[in-house]
Design a protein around this ligand. Structure first.
Ligand SMILES: Nc1ncnc2c1ncn2[C@@H]1O[C@H](COP(=O)(O)OP(=O)(O)OP(=O)(O)O)[C@@H](O)[C@H]1O
Length: 266
């Protein structure tokens, strides 16, 4: 893996602050006044047993669900209540639990989709292939190549993304999110369904995104081994409440966490 993509930025980064967020579905409180802060350039895992509220939390951060109360802020910027595309425009990109790639598009074109919000040339200029639009497209394609190198898929740029092994398709999704030049990357179960090899490789890419690009990562993940190895901080949810938070070692030894996972008092 190369670090050519490091040239892109000098991001000191902003903290992503979740403050007293409550989400209700028809009488059920899926998130109950949940607060946590994702420090700039860190991997922050959100964990918890089934139904704890992890996906709900993720969907609030990405603007899919609207909180009944509370705030989500990136630095000084209020994200609360904004639609998903506006949140993406402000630098919070997400991947999906299930693959969401156009099946026949090449890897290059799939990654290029992530550049859409950064494209300045209008529809007409692009259609007429005006020099400014051609130059801009070339710049975007160069950036796509750098990101493909970063995620280890430069050799696959011309292949249909749908023809790649599952683990590589998930990396394309991650690459597409990186193409948006985010400050924060939201990863929904990034290694679910992967082989051991794919898991290792994806975990290495996630660590590299943090270490080389300085991007903050919020990750919902069931694989505790990966969470413990990768995360700088962990927030634990149970029945919609934040029951613990801290370093992986701290939460691992927290009696409330042990009880939540085992479902019985110790
Ligand atoms: N769109 C929805 N409508 C109604 N209830 C919902 C909706 N989404 C989630 N819930 C409920 O909110 C609670 C939290 O669900 P959520 O999917 O956030 O948990 P989770 O921690 O992601 O679980 P899992 O690990 O099983 O994916 C659950 O009781 C769930 O049934």
């Amino acid at each position: 893996m190369t670090t050519t993509a490091t040239a892109r930025q000098d991001t000191t980064g902003a903290a992503l602050a979740v403050q007293d967020v409550t989400v209700r579905f028809a009488g059920l409180t899926a998130l109950d006044s949940v607060s946590f802060t994702v420090e700039p350039g860190s991997v922050h895992a959100v964990i918890g047993p089934n139904g704890a509220g992890k996906s709900t939390c993720f969907n609030v951060l990405s603007g899919v669900y609207r909180a009944a109360s509370g705030h989500v802020r990136l630095g000084d910027t209020e994200l609360t209540g904004l639609p998903p595309h506006a949140i993406a425009d402000l630098g919070v990109a997400r991947t999906f639990q299930n693959l969401a790639l156009p099946p026949h598009a090449t890897v290059a074109d799939s990654l290029l989709l992530g550049r859409h919000r950064l494209t300045r040339s209008g529809f007409l200029a692009t259609g007429l292939r005006l020099p400014s639009a051609v130059r801009e497209e070339r710049r975007h394609r160069e950036r796509v190549r750098e990101i493909a190198e970063f995620i280890g898929l430069a050799g696959q740029l011309g292949r249909p993304a749908g023809s790649l092994p599952y683990g590589q398709q998930k990396l394309v999704e991650l690459g597409r999110a990186l193409c948006m030049e985010p400050q924060v990357l939201l990863l929904d179960e990034p290694i679910a369904g992967m082989t051991a090899d794919e898991r290792r490789r994806t975990a290495a890419v996630v660590a590299d995104v943090r270490d080389s690009l300085g991007i903050s990562i919020v990750m919902v993940e069931h694989d505790m081994g990966v969470v413990m190895r990768l995360a700088d901080a962990v927030t634990v949810l149970d029945f919609g409440r934040r029951i613990a938070g801290g370093t992986p070692a701290e939460v691992q030894n927290d009696p409330a966490v042990v009880q939540a996972y085992l479902g019985a008092p110790q």
